[in-house]
Design a protein around this ligand. Structure first.
Ligand SMILES: Nc1ncnc2c1ncn2[C@@H]1O[C@H](COP(=O)(O)OP(=O)(O)OP(=O)(O)O)[C@@H](O)[C@H]1O
Ligand SMILES: [Mg+2]
Length: 296
């Protein structure tokens, strides 16, 4: 099934001096099992956009359809939508409020009306999957580091067993190890549970390494929507709006500019490695052919 956004607009504080047109005519279709990166400079509308997908914010105009049903219909079950489309906020403090980490993770499933046993089993499993050591579980979430808070916030959403997981800047402020761990866990959930994942990120490397599709937001509109290769191939347009392609894309383009016959459509280190090795292999072959010809 899918999530469809049809001409969605959102205006903050409409009719006041603080009016801000944060989403402009957004048309999108998100299919089951996709892993999508959402990029865009600060204030481009990323957080506003994703908060529409679980019904937390209501569009000023336009429609949103989850698995074929209009979420703005009066009898649509918004609570169920919020359990199916799990959102991890940009600032984890916004979603941690219970006195212990364990209770915090139980909050979502408890709200779904599940039995105490099921709630606790889900909380254990979610906490294990985000890799927070058990000695922390009964402490206050407010004493944790930024990265740990983020993990707990992710566990709280996972415990609801969502079909769609939306993460708003989950790696901001983390060290490289913490960043890799969180992203690897998210990628594993995508593969093992076939969860649809939307990842808002400022890191082009993170996005290029994990996602199959990138949506670029600019001033409230969708500016690009395509595979990492398609989007990062247009790096000059990205630069014009204050974004960039992954570092490795620039490196390979520089090599090409300098006359190296290299496949330049590269967005990840792995692809760059393959591209560079191909050049060497090509050279090796040519040299071998050369010697053969000389012999003839
Ligand atoms: N509560 C609010 N009231 C008024 N305007 C807001 C509010 N929240 C966001 N905006 C405005 O809406 C626009 C989009 O903001 P949004 O937070 O969605 O951007 P973003 O892409 O998530 O930015 P960032 O990368 O900084 O998180 C911005 O112009 C912002 O100033
Ligand atoms: Mg944001």
């Amino acid at each position: 099934m899918s999530i469809i956004l049809d001409k969605v607009n959102y205006i903050y504080s409409e009719g006041t001096a603080y009016e801000s047109h944060a989403l402009r005519n957004i048309n999108l279709r998100i299919e089951d099992g996709e892993f999508i990166g959402i990029i865009g400079h600060t204030g481009s509308g990323k957080s506003t956009l994703i908060q529409h997908l679980n019904g937390l914010m209501q569009a000023t105009s336009g429609g949103i359809y989850y698995n074929g049903r209009d979420i703005y219909e009066e009898d649509y079950n918004k609570k169920e939508l919020r359990s199916k489309v799990g959102l991890v906020f940009q600032y984890p403090e916004h979603q941690l409020f219970e006195s212990t980490i364990f209770e915090d993770v139980c909050f979502g499933p408890k709200n779904l009306g599940l039995s105490k046993k099921e709630v606790e089993l889900r909380a254990f499993s979610a906490l294990r999957s985000i890799g927070l050591p058990v000695e922390y579980w009964y402490q206050s979430p407010f004493e944790l580091s930024g990265g740990q808070k983020r993990r707990v916030a992710i566990a709280g959403v996972l415990a609801m067993k969502p079909e769609v997981l939306i993460l708003d800047e989950p790696t901001a402020g983390l060290d490289p190890k913490g960043r890799d761990e969180i992203l690897a866990q998210v990628a594993a959930m995508h593969q093992e549970l076939n969860m649809t994942i939307l990842l808002v990120s400022h890191s082009m490397e993170d996005v290029a390494n994990y996602v199959g599709r990138i949506i670029v937001m600019n001033q409230g509109s969708v500016m690009m929507d395509g595979t990492p290769r398609e989007v990062f191939g247009r790096y000059q347009e990205l630069e014009a709006v204050g974004l960039a392609a992954p570092q490795v894309t620039y490196l390979i383009h520089e090599l090409k500019k300098n006359g190296i016959p290299i496949e330049a459509e590269v967005t990840t280190l792995e692809e760059a490695k393959a591209s560079i090795l191909q050049v060497f292999e090509g050279r090796g072959k040519n040299q071998k052919q050369g010697t053969k010809q000389e012999m003839l």
